[in-house]
Design a protein around this ligand. Structure first.
Ligand SMILES: *Cc1c(COP(=O)(O)O)cnc(C)c1O
Ligand SMILES: [Zn+2]
Length: 401
């Protein structure tokens, strides 16, 4: 039905192999026998969810699920007008069970862990991966170990990891250090690694593309804009669109457009320099902690997705991210965390630069929910107005500016 294949040397591995990267060091892809997969638009009727696409997921057992996917695709005309565009949509992944798209990967990844007979799951995380792993580990009844960069995780995410009973380790180092450690830990202890280097997680995340195609009436938008951290999601979504095209469900694939923060932008630099590989950054820094990553593991796949699709990559400043977050919240009623808002900030910048045409149809993926990082909200929004409990004081305050 499917196998794992190295994107560098094309060595193949079986579904029963517990392996994350090829012996040559290359990243792995899940490859299906597409000639034996026959799904049509008709087969895809009914409510959206990750598991609706089972025919294109590498799982045989009953899934560990909390009803992930089925997130709204909002048309955002007021925001579009403010940017100077005609057709802009927001795919709000913050509406998943734990508040980020990571759930799409974890429902598949944790189910795979059980299929492989693994008894402990583990990850390094900037926050959302740990929240999601803690929740799906609890749902599956297996212990979860999460490694976080000390002091740099949004409180909502940390709260989730703690409350759902993961073993939470705070590493004196950044995300890239934590990832190196957890890979070593999994090799030594036989824990199942659920970072996005794990190709099964990306299989769950590719369903974002399937849902967008369905929600747009079986077509792909001209362009997809999303934040890039470890670069798994851009890779996964591109794979999803390509699979739907290959199966004849849609005609085209969108231009994949990755946005990074100025302080953590190895993928953007590689695209601009036309480099074959990224140069890792030692001290990534940005208010958008979910994309505060200097050495993205899926960089090769992401560079390929961007180049093959005719897309691009751009940086945005922290100020631009915060402004976009506030604009999306106030103009459209969509609350997202800072990393997610970078897609909106990036769209605006690329339209201003003339890179994105005003008549393109664009979907921005907003990856996580506003409440993940309410500390940041309190830091950037005006304080509540404290007044006496009298109607005069209330009226004065209502009409003050
Ligand atoms: C994980 C995450 C990202 C980055 O996704 P990658 O697959 O690592 O590129 C962006 N935004 C949010 C909210 C996330 O949780
Ligand atoms: Zn290989």
């Amino acid at each position: 039905m499917y196998h794992l294949e190295c994107i560098e040397c094309h060595r193949k591995y079986q579904p029963t192999d517990v392996i994350y990267t090829c012996t040559c060091g290359g990243l792995l892809d899940v490859v299906y026998d597409y000639s034996n997969i026959h799904i049509t638009k008709k087969d895809l009727k009914g409510p959206l969810s990750v598991w609706k696409y089972r025919a294109l997921l590498p799982i045989t057992r009953e899934p560990i699920s909390l009803h992930e996917g089925g997130t709204p695709l909002y048309r955002v005309d007021r925001l579009a007008k403010s940017i100077g565009m005609k057709e802009v949509y927001v795919k709000h992944e913050g509406m998943n069970p734990t508040g980020s798209f990571k759930d799409r990967g974890m429902t598949v990844g944790v189910t795979k862990a059980l299929e492989l007979g693994k008894e402990t799951v583990a990850c390094a995380s900037t926050g959302n991966t740990s929240a999601s792993l803690a929740v799906y580990g609890a749902r599956a009844g297996v212990p979860a170990v999460v490694l976080l960069p000390s002091g740099k995780v949004a409180l909502g995410k940390l709260a989730q990891a703690l409350m759902h009973g993961a073993k939470v380790l705070s590493i004196r180092g950044n995300f890239d250090d934590a990832l190196k450690l957890v890979r070593d830990l999994c090799d030594r202890e036989g824990f199942y690694l659920l970072n996005s280097v794990n190709p099964y997680r990306l299989e769950g995340q590719k369903t974002i593309a399937f849902e967008i195609a369905d929600q747009l009436g079986w077509r792909a938008p001209d362009r997809l804009v999303l934040p890039v951290g470890n670069a798994g999601n851009i890779t996964a979504i591109y794979k999803g669109f390509r699979e739907f095209k290959r199966l004849g469900i849609i005609d085209g694939v969108p231009k994949m457009t990755g946005i990074q923060a100025e302080g953590a932008s190895p993928v953007v630099r590689a695209i601009k320099n036309n480099a074959a590989m990224i140069t890792p950054e030692d001290k990534p820094e940005t208010v958008a902690t979910a994309i505060r990553i200097g050495n993205p593991v899926n960089a090769i796949k992401a560079l390929n997705a961007i180049r093959e699709s005719g897309g691009t990559a751009e940086t945005v400043s922290d100020d631009e991210i915060i402004r976009a977050q506030q604009e999306l919240a106030a103009l459209e009623g969509i609350g997202v965390e800072p990393a997610s808002a970078s897609s909106i900030a990036g769209l605006r910048k690329l339209v201003d630069m003339g890179v994105i045409e005003k008549d393109e149809s664009v979907v921005c993926v907003t990856t996580g929910h506003l409440l993940k990082d309410s500390e940041h909200v309190l830091a950037v929004c005006p304080k509540p107005i404290e007044i006496d409990a009298t109607i005069e004081a209330v009226r004065r305050a209502v009409y003050s500016n």
